[in-house]
Write a protein that binds this ligand. Sequence first.
Ligand code: PMP
Length: 431
Amino acid sequence: APTRTLYTYSESARIFTEAKELMPGGVSSPVRAFKSVGGSPIVFDRVKGSKAYDVDGNTYIDYVGTWGPAIIGHADDKVLEEVKKTMDKGTSFGAPCVLENELAKMVIDAVPSVEMVRFTNSGTEACMGMLRLCRAYTSREKIVKFEGCYHGHADSFLVQAGSGVATLGLPDSPGVPASSTKSTLCATYNDVGSVEELLKEGDVAALILEPVVGNSGFIKPTKEFLQGCRDLCDKYGTLLVFDEVMTGFRVAYGGAQAYFGVTPDVTTMGKVIGGGMPVGAYGGRRDIMDLVAPAGPMYQAGTLSGNPLAMTAGIETLKVLKQPGQHDKLEAASKKLVDGILAHAKANGHAATGGYAGGMFGFFFCEGPVTCFADAAKADMEKFGRWHAGMLERGIYLAPSSYEAGFMSLAHTDEDIEKTLEIAGEVMAMI
Ligand code: PMP
């Protein structure tokens, strides 16, 4: 193997040590703390294109992309230019602005299930609004989610949720009242039978899923599973909800519902539609959305919702993504990366399995296939920790948990991917 100077992180370590005194775990969101890979997090100084630059002067090829939003690359020149122009007119109106119409039209045009949309400030808020809406529309209380799917941190969703909850081994969270989760039922991903068991008991307002899972690592549904969910919802009068906070505009311009050709009743979004600014959204059929206040009686609000800065970053990001062929490029890059990583794993005798959809990908250190959370939990987490640290100190920034997906961007070049694979070969031989 070539001799490389491995990165050191003394300034990151100094800042993080101080941060731990100031903020719980030193972070503003749990998975960033690197707990599941055992290391200490890198403190970023700036990001651009496919790269992240840390406070020690190290440069990384970044496959986290601020957890999904940076799909056209970090800090895109045109996005920044338009955001600066908007900022000159003020940062928040708390009153209607025409930019909301513009982003709403783009979302409605793109996403098959969405006829009307409500903007929020985060994916969590979008999912909270969606949940209340589904209950209001159906006059039912129960919801069915899937083990290992994450829908933000609202009480009702913190049941067998993936992401940070899985990473930290907290199946539930203290502080969530039993009354908030008693109506939340959990089915097994890719298992239509487990869904029907729960729906047939009745009173289920919504069946909610990540239409490609990214919060238990990357897990792809079968088309039959998604169609089965659609058919069961029709049979039992339950609303089908795709939580496309991660997959929206990422696996395809119209999200996973366009990618697989299965249309839900309600969709939640976030991440990409804010182009790196805080945005979430939920939308669906007009007759459902008409219930949302002030058109209807279901209350949901937000001081900063639809603010001009966030709308601008979203609009400019979607304009780039909408160009023909962008998602083919993203998927080709994801495929090249995953195929290459799996080949290096195999050549070095590691059990591994993985997949991709558009600009989203992942792999596990275990025999495949991984079709649900229980499969994902069998992956070798210690080996993942060694892999993560080896990649990091050679300049490749991957999500710091086996329970997270990877994110490709349009700024990742062939050269970036080839360099990543060369390093992956070295690290696979070492772990
Ligand atoms: N739903 C899904 C599918 C997500 O991946 C996430 C965040 N990773 C959320 C909801 C919550 O979004 P936010 O972190 O913006 O609150």
